[in-house]
Design a protein around this ligand. Structure first.
Ligand code: SAM
Length: 352
């Protein structure tokens, strides 16, 4: 029986599992979960709905806590050290007729990091064995990506994902360069959000000189910096100090006022919010900006509580969707735990 393997941030296994369970329920199914705390992945075996159907209906962008979702035929234990590739190639042959590529991966935990070196070394061997079996780069057309997810040097899940709906990143982790000159590390969150939520062409259209952004809770300016380097004008709202180089750009207006009370004097393209506050308070603020027509799109961080984190995310989603639906606003809303997020998730709301 096929199962789904979902990679997540260590510590968020139960949220990741709850989400897949809810998806299965929506499709009239249920499922059995295997999840070890802090392991960085979960295994979900669905009943009454096929794993492939569930995966198709569950693009990774629609999930908050999963970094990648892979359909697997199950764990292969005791891989012979003299021929690890053999059993994996057979399993891949059962999964699909051919693959567009192969990723040899492991979980994003400190223990698993030691395995990453092995994965890198083993990857070309497995690739050649798959190519020799006609499983790589042979058939034309749309093909799945192969994943070999290692738990140890002798145990791995073989699996596949659809490159169109799965994460485009190895291990579900974007490799973004840490930009030089940004005033804070928080800048990486907005950079990642732009890459995740906007296709390249859209990035160029909506992040260009001449457009305006409001950054609520802006200091010292890591998020503002992302706009400024793309030539947008920013109103930075925060009682704290902004980095001097940013102010020297001439593109930033700094207002020392309360971000929950601030209203722009003209509509802007972007509102972003990184204020550390109750998530539902931030969700209502985002909804208020949208229904007042103050921005066309928003990116915001929701700092999660210690407990019932999945429920809180659902509630925030409902707060925004209900306000916009009852005001008659078509919109799309995605909530995602980014690689650069810790105890938080990042939302992207687009109006229209
Ligand atoms: N995004 C920023 C960056 O990239 O440098 C970091 C923001 S920091 C996590 C949160 C900021 O929110 C703090 O500077 C804090 O002063 C500000 N803040 C919290 N509550 C606020 C409020 N009600 N109004 C305005 N700013 C607020």
């Amino acid at each position: 029986m096929e199962c789904l393997l979902a990679y997540c941030r260590p510590g968020f296994e139960s949220e990741c599992a709850s989400e897949l369970q809810a998806r299965a329920l929506d499709l009239g199914g249920s499922g059995y979960i295997r999840a070890k705390p802090q392991s960085g992945f979960i295994v979900f075996t669905p009943y009454e709905v096929e794993a492939r159907v569930l995966a198709r209906q569950t693009p990774f962008r629609a999930l908050t806590f999963a970094r990648q979702v892979v359909v697997s035929s199950g764990l292969i234990k005791d891989l012979p050290v003299t021929d690890r590739a053999g059993p994996l190639v057979s399993a891949f042959g059962e999964l699909a007729e051919g693959f567009a590529g192969l990723w040899v991966e492991t979980a994003d935990t400190n223990e698993a990091k030691a395995l990453l070196g092995f994965c890198r070394k083993f990857s070309p061997h497995l690739e050649s064995a798959m190519a020799a079996a006609g499983l790589l780069g042979s058939a034309p057309g749309h093909q799945p990506r192969a994943h070999a997810f290692f738990l140890s040097g002798t145990a791995a899940y073989p699996g596949l994902s659809d490159p169109q709906s799965g994460s485009p990143w190895f291990m579900g982790i974007p490799r973004l360069k840490s930009p030089k000159g940004a005033p804070s590390r928080a800048t990486m969150k907005l950079e990642e959000a732009f890459h995740l939520f906007l296709a390249e062409q859209e990035r160029q259209q909506v992040l260009r000189p001449g457009l305006r952004a409001v950054d609520l809770g802006a200091a010292p300016g890591g998020w503002t910096w992302q706009f400024v380097r793309r030539g947008l004008r920013v109103t930075a709202v925060d009682n704290g100090a902004m980095a001097t180089e940013l102010m020297d750009s001439g593109l930033v207006e700094h207002l020392r006022v309360d971000g929950f009370r601030f209203a722009p004097d003209q509509p802007v393209e972007w509102m972003v919010c990184d204020m550390v506050e109750q998530p539902r308070k931030v969700a209502s603020l985002v909804a208020r900006w949208a229904v007042n027509g103050w921005c066309k799109r928003a990116i915001f961080n929701l700092k999660l509580p210690m407990k019932r984190r999945y429920d809180e995310v659902r509630l925030c989603r409902e707060v925004i969707a209900e306000r916009l639906n009852s005001a008659g606003f078509a919109h799309s809303l995605a909530l995602k735990q980014l690689y650069h997020d810790r105890e938080e998730v990042t939302g992207y709301l687009r109006i229209g």
